[in-house]
Ligand binder design. Structure first.
Ligand SMILES: [Zn+2]
Length: 340
């Protein structure tokens, strides 16, 4: 089914979609775990990671013109326009009644044409046409890292030296790259062998690759200033809090399966208190992180040529969605759908 070309309001941009990225959230929606259609529709167009060109500019829009290379953010303000939504921080929405393109109450971008409020769109330089599709996953990392540094620097003198990234999918690899750009010694953990593409890309940034099948996480206890948990594994998440040293911080970026695990909760909270540790969760990203992400895509590419390109391991045509959303092989990192 081909959705109709959407109507464009005075503050909207009509987008001619170039590419859409596929991630775990999309697969969960396809599996029926979550996802809400817009109020006036009985289906939801997928696709929250996207790269488009502006096809039409609404009457009251300034700063965009036809042909601009752009990426829209995912989340839109809640109907109540809460304190944070009102202040450009819909990623921190208080009510939970926000809408998200391709996920919750708004169509996504996986169609030939899509529409977005121009106030939630960032422009990209032409030089990022090949890798701009990675901007949305990068923004999740931008927010996690920015908030990590803000919190830590607000509560003490903080000079971190190292970081551990749990997971080496697109988000894990982008986190590895950004934390390396921050000047930290970074290790990244996954379950693929040393000769795998994931391991090669980790090492490309000067980070150290750890194969969890050879090195149990327990060997890494009490070693890191910063841990980024992006595997989405409940048991790994539980382990993550043991891996930071005193004053350390763990950022959780995954969606975890509800699961009861046997764990000494008393030890967990005592370690938290006696070590002045911080565990926090972070989801989504607002326009500030998208703007920051554009700068960092340029920096990452300048630093490690080919790194971003190699994260995109599969390109499916829009008329072969079975390929795009089908099972991935072990070397798969990021699948994208090409519309042009
Ligand atoms: Zn809100």
């Amino acid at each position: 089914m081909e959705p109709p070309v959407p109507e464009t309001g005075p503050r909207d941009l009509l987008l001619e979609v170039q590419r859409v990225g596929v991630c775990g959230t999309d697969r969960d929606i396809v599996a029926g775990l979550y996802g809400d259609a817009p109020e006036d529709a009985d289906y939801l167009v997928l696709g929250h990671e996207s790269l488009s060109r502006v096809a039409k500019v609404g009457k009251r829009v300034r700063g965009f013109k036809e042909g601009d290379l752009v990426v829209p953010t995912v989340r839109r303000n809640c109907h109540e326009n809460c304190l944070n939504c009102r202040n450009g921080e819909s990623d921190m929405c208080l009510t939970g009644h926000y809408r998200e393109h391709g996920i919750k109450g708004l169509h996504g971008f996986a169609s030939e044409f899509a529409v977005s409020d121009s106030g939630f769109v960032v422009k990209l330089p032409e030089s990022l046409v090949d890798v701009g599709i990675l901007l949305e996953p990068l923004t999740v990392v931008e927010k996690g890292i920015t908030q990590t540094f803000l919190m830590q620097k607000a509560r003490m003198k903080w000079k971190p030296t190292n970081a551990l990234v749990l997971g080496a999918g697109p988000v894990g690899l982008l986190a590895t790259g950004l934390l390396r750009l921050k000047g930290l010694d970074v290790s990244a953990v996954a379950t693929r062998p040393k000769a795998s593409l994931k391991a090669t890309l980790v090492e490309r940034t000067g980070a150290y690759y750890i194969n969890a099948k050879e090195t149990p996480l327990a060997n890494l206890e009490d070693k890191y200033d910063v841990v980024f948990e992006v595997t989405g594994s409940t048991s790994v998440a539980l382990e993550a809090q043991r891996l930071i040293r005193a004053n350390g911080i763990v950022a959780f970026l995954g969606i975890y399966k509800y699961q009861e695990l046997t764990e000494d909760a008393g030890r967990l909270f005592t370690d938290l208190v006696l070590g002045n540790r911080v565990y926090f969760g972070s989801v989504n990203a607002n326009l500030t992180y998208f703007r920051q992400g554009v700068e960092d895509l340029l920096r990452i590419r300048k630093q490690w040529a080919g790194f971003l390109e190699k994260i995109i391991t599969r390109t499916a045509r829009f008329d072969r969605l079975d390929e795009a959303y089908g099972p991935e092989n072990e070397e798969e990192i990021k699948t994208i759908i090409e519309f042009k």
